[in-house]
Design a protein around this ligand. Structure first.
Ligand code: GDP
Ligand code: CA
Length: 307
């Protein structure tokens, strides 16, 4: 059994690749909840939904988020009314948020709801929110403090950031399912998700980092930066804005002694020695998962580390 620390798209791509190519293994996803928001009274969990929709093969490849075959009638009406239409919710996608919100109101936990949605979509692996408690990312920017979705969606992650905080993380508790997964799984993989926005809020939940530090040799990570650039989203410029090198080495230095083995892209082969200097071993291989040959090379590399 292998536990994968997950944000949204980068993790969803990795999980579907592993589910397809590493059929001898079972995977558990531990997912960030600090992007979650309440809008129109609905609890929305973007990373949980991205992972669930992608594994169910109903994600929208073109948009990069949300559901396939989506329509936008509700959002258009909302826009006419002058409502909060900047955070686009598709008609099909709304059902997920209605379902989740109702179940939470009935007293279900986020973990239970994530399990129900995964089962309804016949996703073949457990999808676990890192915590059932409220955690919310806020960013200090040139425009003042922004909530995660204001930064990411309203301002299209284009505003320079000077500080990121995960409100509620320090008093949150990891769920018992997450602690069990992290302590009993043979290996742990940190997905190529945004280190500062997707993985950091998982590591900020008390108990998680200590547990991982004790297991360094069982932990591998895939760099989300290729040639210093993110394939999507703000990971590259956020690293520089917050004082880290925007490179695979920079990501490795940021995780420090949590990670025992690195998978980095071929174009970053010049960084192997520096990453080894952090006390990790390194595999250099193609890491772009949208490309079939490169994806299977990455899967083979991960499989040989697992075996
Ligand atoms: P979000 O929560 O949906 O924004 O996504 P994540 O935090 O999970 O992932 C975003 C990161 O995934 C970006 O920094 C991308 O560079 C990285 N990423 C996406 N696809 C790939 C891929 O095929 N290979 C690698 N190495 N990184 C990827
Ligand atoms: Ca996310």
């Amino acid at each position: 059994v292998i536990t994968v620390l997950c944000g949204g798209v980068g993790a969803a791509r990795l999980l579907s690749l592993l589910q397809r190519e590493a059929t001898d293994f079972e995977f558990t996803a531990v997912v960030n909840v600090a992007d979650d928001l309440v809008l129109h009274g609905l609890t929305i969990c973007p990373d949980l939904d991205t992972v669930t929709y992608t594994l169910a093969k109903i994600n929208n490849e073109v948009m990069g988020w949300g559901l396939v075959d989506e329509t936008w009638r509700v959002n258009k009406e909302l826009d006419k009314l002058g409502g909060q239409a900047w955070f686009q919710l598709g008609d099909r996608d709304l059902a997920t948020h209605l379902y989740r919100t109702q179940r939470l109101a009935e007293g279900a936990t986020k973990t239970e709801v994530a399990g129900e949605l995964a089962a309804q979509h016949q996703v073949g692996l457990p999808i676990l929110p890192v915590s059932d408690d409220h955690i919310a990312t806020y960013l200090e920017t040139d425009l003042g403090e922004l909530s995660f979705q204001e930064y990411f969606v309203k301002h299209r992650h284009g505003v320079p950031v000077s500080k990121i905080t995960f409100r509620g993380a320090e008093v949150a508790t990891p769920t018992k399912e997450v602690l069990t997964a992290l302590s009993t799984s043979e290996h742990i993989i940190i997905a190529p998700s945004n280190p500062l926005l997707s993985i950091a809020p998982i590591l900020a939940v008390p108990g998680i980092t200590d547990l991982l530090k004790a297991r360094r040799q069982s932990i591998a990570a895939i760099s989300p930066l290729i040639g210093g650039r993110a394939l999507k989203g703000p990971a590259d410029h956020l690293m520089s804005e917050l004082g880290f090198e925007s490179s695979s080495y920079g990501v490795a230095a940021y995780y420090g002694d949590l990670v025992g083995h690195w998978f980095i892209d071929e174009v970053d082969s010049d960084q192997v020695v520096r990453i080894e200097g952090l006390g990790a071993t390194v595999t250099v291989l193609p890491t772009i998962m949208a490309e079939p040959t490169s994806a299977s090379a990455l899967a083979q590399g991960i499989l040989s580390w697992l075996n």
